[in-house]
Design a protein around this ligand. Sequence first.
Ligand code: SF4
Ligand code: MG
Length: 315
Amino acid sequence: TQAMLEVENLKKYFKVGKQSLKAVDEVTFSVRKGETLGLVGESGSGKSTLGRTIVGLNEATGGRMLFEGKDVRHLNKKEKKNYNRIVQMIFQDPHASLNPRMEVGDIIGEGIDAHRLASGKERMERIYRLLERVGLQADHAKRYPHEFSGGQRQRIGIARALAVEPKFIVADEPISALDVSIQAQVVNLMDDLQRDMGLTFLFIAHDLGMVKHISDRIGVMYLGGFMELADSGDLFSEPLHPYTQALLSAIPVPSTAKGLRRERIILKGDPPSPISPPSGCRFRTRCPHVMDVCASAVPEWKEVRPKHWTACHLY
Ligand code: SF4
Ligand code: MG
């Protein structure tokens, strides 16, 4: 399948005093049309910054992003407006991202108006259909965000994203703030929507368990860089990078599942600051397999098995 989004050596640095915080540092990957790419990493790994840079909420510091073959950083005004429509974001905190003073119908209608997709009766019908499609009711359009539960507010956030007929959605930890009992419902909704509407997702989460079922492929980030990227099944059955191995070992496995139990790998210390990341491999200060070469040379990001990428001197 063809790539919808190709990201090459993308960088996003922030100035912190005289120093520079390398939130996203030279990442290269692609997202295929119709897939869900799960993106996992601890807080501070750069995954949200990457998502915000892709949708255009941050300006990239360097590198390239090609969307359907076009360079996103050099679009003309009209193309840029179109990009802002077809690439949408769903946020972690549906409470903070919905204007409390606006009726839900107008929150959903804002994008429809901005892109002149419909007006009058057709616009309202569109809003009602969207509300129903995400599991709410047409008459919820007249209510305000605070009248809804966390899960319902996230459904409103999803309806708002869908209102402009997007192709690609960056979902930034869309379920992390929700009760565990609600999380699966929202994931299932997103999975259904993807199938019905042919959407492509970049689904960001802080742990592997959350993205396992929805993702076709999974990328693992640490301190601004990609450590590994593979088909979900391969990542779980044959994690190559020591960091991925540690993350996987932290997921509880039922004691009855023979042969699946992994010994828990406890990582020493906390991730270093992205203002002064370690030389060589950025994971080396916590890696159980660290070697001399890891301090002196940056491991190359390469495809070490078919469709299985990692950056580690062990391979
Ligand atoms: Fe560990 Fe070295 Fe591989 Fe980095 S390159 S993950 S420090 S073995
Ligand atoms: Mg899917």
